[in-house]
Design a protein around this ligand. Structure first.
Ligand code: SF4
Length: 190
């Protein structure tokens, strides 16, 4: 499976990752949702945290928001197998509310997100989807401005985008996400 390819290639201790108890979310999760996709991807997508479906299945972006992302990716000629998908926080927060676990947002990226990104040897672009991911790389932004944000981190460029889940309760956001994805493709070709 894709997961096996990912796990074999990552310079991340997957067993330690899967048994992580570094923050309070380990008490309520079903399983750690580790990053997933092509270890040779040029583009990584970083979203917020696993939801109910992801917590059950063990892979990121498998619920409604994930299906929406698949649809948006197809509109720009991408599919998830071309990319690496991961979250700022790897365990599901109770009720999907990260407010209840502020320690996770501080601890999890250092422990698992950044090392995973570091392990992607061909990485050129990170698409930070939603405010939680955006806050890792951008300050002083508004959600409405995320599609306009970009930051050069040296090894890769970070592009901002709204979270695909936002399109489920607010109309008219798809165009901005598509713009971000097209920018990501362009930067990945530089
Ligand atoms: Fe570990 Fe991250 Fe899960 Fe917290 S959210 S227990 S830091 S894997």
């Amino acid at each position: 499976t894709i997961c096996m390819v990912t796990y074999k290639s990552m310079e991340v201790d997957i067993e330690a990752y899967r048994s992580c108890t570094a923050c309070s979310l380990h008490e309520t999760r079903t399983q750690v949702v580790v990053g997933d996709g092509d270890p040779y991807a040029a583009i990584a997508i970083v979203c917020e945290a696993p939801g109910k479906v992801e917590d059950e299945v063990g892979r990121p972006l498998m619920g409604k928001a994930g299906k929406k992302l698949d649809m948006l990716l197809s509109q720009v000629g991408l599919q998830r197998e071309d990319l690496f998908l991961c979250n700022v926080v790897s365990c599901r927060p109770p009720g999907n509310k990260l407010d209840s676990a502020p320690d996770a947002v501080v601890i999890c990226p250092d422990l698992w997100l950044y090392p995973q990104l570091q392990s992607l040897r061909n990485l050129k672009v990170v698409v930070a989807m939603g405010e939680t991911a955006g806050r890792l790389w951008f300050s002083g932004y508004k959600a409405t401005e995320m599609a306009t944000l970009a930051r050069n981190m040296g090894r890769y460029i970070v592009v901002g985008a709204r979270h695909p889940a936002a399109t489920l309760y607010q109309g008219g956001l798809e165009a901005g996400i598509l713009t971000s994805l097209r920018r990501a493709i362009l930067y990945s070709l530089l």
